[in-house]
Write a new protein. Structure first.
Length: 386
């Protein structure tokens, strides 16, 4: 341990007379850093806490916040995203204490490029930003599904027009099963008539897109929330095994919000042997069609990611994450934070992303699952059967 006359203190590893490896540095004003050092500077994963309760958890390079990290402010707000030299840079999500969310691209700590504003009442704005202001086209979606296309010029609204509303499910939240019934298998035993299945799936997807609607906070872990789709994925699997590919594709299409044409080439792919191959081909076909101009990417990406998680947890299959990554890139999404999550999941056999407790170690990807992208806002954990 090294103590300084001004009250600072360092306790940790050294190499050639310099702080290297894990260490703890405390300051007389109550500030504290615990994490990795290299060549006397903070390098790697570390946590900096302040006397007022604020803290930063994330990556460091040469003494500065770089890479993925989360900063928690004393007022209850937090920023979760990419950093460059102590500034928000790239993709990041700012969550206010009142539940408002800003999910966008940042340049030097200011919103620039594509982004979204998501509100606790279920409404949201998706559009472009310039120097922190709405700029260009955007769409405001109300909680009841109504939509307005808006045109801004550096924060000033120029024009707006109504768009067709988003289809809302007629199924109430009370029709969504409890997590206990999902875990026990009781929910799966209940057969859903085809006439109501589509609405029920729509309700589940809407819930995944708004995780604050979960009555049980434990459900807001994607490895658990994905099981809400499990009944329908398994139903499609049973149809596939019975050589009813068209009917199976119909269910998967309802989950993803798309319609598959049975005359498409991928239906006759001789390489499709297992249900996971069938799902991969279906997702890959979406990736071949989707583009930046496709409306409401998240309606496809969120359930696709949940399908991939379900197949990973229940069958140890990671192939589908490659297809989700393909959809992500072709949709013109950001290729940093969440994209890295897809890649890590696809390559989850890499021991470096797990800690000694067999959980995925956040310090190698630096973020929780983004609630607006993945339909969940809790940390991911390794499934028990993998």
């Amino acid at each position: 341990m090294l103590s300084f006359v001004d009250g600072r203190r360092y306790e940790g590893n050294w190499l050639n007379g310099k702080k290297s490896g894990h260490g703890v540095f405390t300051f007389p004003n109550g500030k504290k850093y615990e994490g990795e050092y290299f060549n006397d500077l903070r390098n790697g994963y570390g946590v900096e806490t302040f006397a007022d309760g604020e803290r930063y958890e994330g990556n460091w390079i040469n003494g500065k916040k770089n890479g993925q990290g989360v900063y928690f402010y004393k007022n209850g707000d937090n920023y979760n995203g990419n950093w460059v030299d102590n500034m928000w840079q790239g993709h990041g999500v700012y969550t206010f204490a009142n539940g408002d969310i800003i999910d966008c691209q940042w340049i030097n700590g200011v919103r620039n490029g594509a982004g979204s504003e998501i509100f606790p009442d279920g409404s949201r704005y998706d559009g472009m930003y310039n120097n922190g202001k709405r700029h260009g086209d955007g769409v405001y979606t109300f909680e009841d599904g109504r939509r307005l296309k808006k045109l801004y010029d550096n924060g000033t609204l120029i024009s707006q027009e109504e768009l067709p509303p988003v289809e809302k499910s007629t199924i109430s939240s009370t029709d969504i099963p409890s997590w206990n019934s999902v875990k026990s298998g009781e929910f799966k035993k209940k057969q859903v008539p085809k006439t109501t299945r589509k609405n029920k799936i729509s309700s589940v997807v809407n819930m995944l897109r708004n995780p604050t609607s979960f009555s049980d906070p434990d459900d807001r872990n994607i490895e658990e929330s994905c099981r809400y789709l499990g009944q329908y994925i398994d139903e499609a699997s049973d149809l596939f095994v019975d050589c009813k590919e068209v009917e199976a594709a119909e269910i998967i299409g309802e989950i993803l919000g798309v319609t598959f044409d049975p005359n498409e080439d991928w239906f006759d792919n001789d390489e499709i042997e297992y249900f996971s191959d069938f799902l991969y081909a279906a997702l890959h076909s979406i990736g071949e069609k989707i583009s930046f101009d496709t409306p409401d990417h998240d309606r496809i990406i969120i359930p696709a990611a949940n399908i991939a998680c379900y197949m990973w947890e229940d069958y140890g299959n990671t192939k589908l994450f490659s297809a989700v990554t393909f959809i992500w890139v072709e949709a013109g999404k950001d290729c940093e934070a969440d994209y890295l999550w897809f890649v890590r999941m696809r390559e989850n056999g890499d021991y470096r992303i797990r800690d000694k407790y067999s959980e995925i170690d956040e310090k190698y990807y630096g973020l929780d699952v983004d609630r607006s992208i993945m339909g969940s806002d809790c940390k991911l954990y390794r499934p028990g059967n993998y």
